[in-house]
Design a protein around this ligand. Sequence first.
Ligand code: 9MR
Length: 727
Amino acid sequence: MKILAFLAAALVAVTPGVAYADETDLIINGGFDTEVAPWWSSAQAPITLVDGRACVDIPGGTTNRWDIVVGQNDIPLVAGETYRFEFFATGTSIVRAVVSQPDPPYATYFEESPLLSAAGDDHVYTFTSTVTGPSSVQFQLGGSPTPWRFCLDDVAFVKGATPIPYEPDTGPAVRVNQVAYLPDGPKNATLVSSSPTPVRWELRNRRKAIVDHGLTKPRGKDVTSGQDVHSIDFSRFRGRGTGFELTAAGETSRPFDIDPSAYERLRADSLKFYYTQRSGIAISDELRPGYARPAGHVDVAPNQGDGNVPCQAGVCDYRLDVTGGWYDAGDHGKYVVNGGISAWQLMNLYERRHGNVGLAIPESGDRTPDILDEVRWELDFLLEMQVPAGQPLAGMVHHKIHDRAWTGLPLLPHLDPQPRELHPVSTAATLNLAATAAQAARLYRRYDRAFADRSLAAARTAFAAAVANPDRLASPDDGTGGGAYSDAQVGDEFYWAAVELYLTTGSPEYADRVLASPFHTADVFGPGAFDWGNTAAAARLDLATVPSKLPGRARVVRSVVQGADKYVAVQRANPYAIPYAPANNSWDWGSNSLVLNNLSVIGTAYDLTRRPAYRDAVVEGMDYILGRNALNYSYVTGYGEAAAHNQHSRWYAHQLDPTLPNPPAGTLAGGPNSSLQDPYAQSKLAGCVGQFCYIDDIQSWSTNELTINWNSSLAWVASFVADQNAG
Ligand code: 9MR
């Protein structure tokens, strides 16, 4: 029931359901007093008017939120205009309130997913449109296993509104590693302060006794955050304990430990992440209390299964069994190029130290180290993606396998009803298999000779196939139902595959390929050292650390040390000690992984030189990830007092379904992404500076997803830090 809109201009406070001067409500019949039109709803859920509200009985057992919708079309949007979206609703579930494109591909312009209450609440949001054109205002209500009732009233969509600005809660001005410093390691913090002169800092122990003090160092304006900051160095303090706090300028930091044990835990947790990402196997409650789920994509309805997957129409006429592997991220796709870099990094972690880390996985207790058992789950899948002998393009590797259409959140893997499809082969995917299968051949040989032989044969076949098909590039437009992971430049993948094949076989054929690659002499250490599409630096790290007789190997080692020097210089110049400085302060998608991968280059330089400055730089770099940052937020679930926990995921979707868990401890969030590539981030973070381009909301897939390639970066660096013991 709409109340006296024409008198509203006289009111001072914002009252839901009311339009003010210069504001126009674009919704027709938002009050449902006597009729339903022009509102519409899905056929299974007709609207009835009950006491002047629109009510719908939502059937149980649908899949996606958008399977049941109440909506109104023909709402015109103007780019740059701000709208206030308000409604009153009752219910016992979550409603996805969206403003979207009315026709395919139904782009989402705005969304919020509040939890409803039986008594009902007013909901008020503002959003600034980035498009001009018609839209549909919708309440999406599907996806519940059980039936429920939704009632709606006082809907308004008001043009000319004033934006409600989003202010992140950044807590105290003293920014620390909220988890732990190493007793003998570097201990640094950052104070947000515009004081031009140093201020006093004090370190207090758990009993609040001052155990050290000193003066901050003013550092001026930090470009990564736009803040005026000071740095604090309390490295000389060598005590141990829990519950320390740092005070400066009247502000007290979040508490932290000075103790190495957190990094042993983080090493294991960041690696345990992979078991719960596994496809094709039931996750055991005994091994992961609270995370049990049935096996995903094993040909049990409603899954269509990965056991006998066809290609997209016109791509091939065989089917493959591609069960297993890890789900890439918060989606149910499995992509060879991202699986490849993740498997490589975990194998690299293993190759650098050769120890076991107990991961409590089904294979624990066999004679293979747990990390290798976990990576094997992915390697077996990567091998399955290779085109079998006798087929056209035999030896090449399919780029990816995923759902035909995008699914919504939440959706457990075993409940995904979409058909699965193999996408075309790509040179990049083929070289990912060549690189990782070659690497596997040298690391698994002492545990499983037959697997090592099979891997090496597959790697050789893949490399030859890629040489014969050097420009099969995955299309940037192939992003329906899964990510594109397209890569226009595969020279780096050729270099990487040749390097791994050479290191495993010592064969002159591959040595020649390595030496002839333009990537061999190039400076491969850019703003972010390596990622799924830029693999030359990864290759270089292995070439520098795995023994070989490659001519000019000393120069290779030197290049890694020089790369590390570059990242250390970037880190020293930054008052938050971030070893990542992208051009124009434009932070990349998955920036946390780039920060960590740069640290892994520095860590590799430490392994090569044993210079303590490199070790200290890696240890200090971890501070940024664990809370010493502009948002005062740890990016790792379960680590730190204020930490990421709503990462974008279809099954750790606690934010959208309270019966589901948050991601397991040790899960890394993607981190600040200046390009704000999802509507939620756009609605909250427009105009953000570098470090501020992040929001811990499940809807922000471009700043807050979890992925297998980002957790491998975390695992590598956590493992390095854990190896330093006290520092
Ligand atoms: O991590 C990927 C990032 O580098 C790309 O810029 C982005 C757009 O192509 O895709 C990211 O990968 C996503 C993938 O396409 C689908 N699964 C989730 C991945 C993480 O967001």
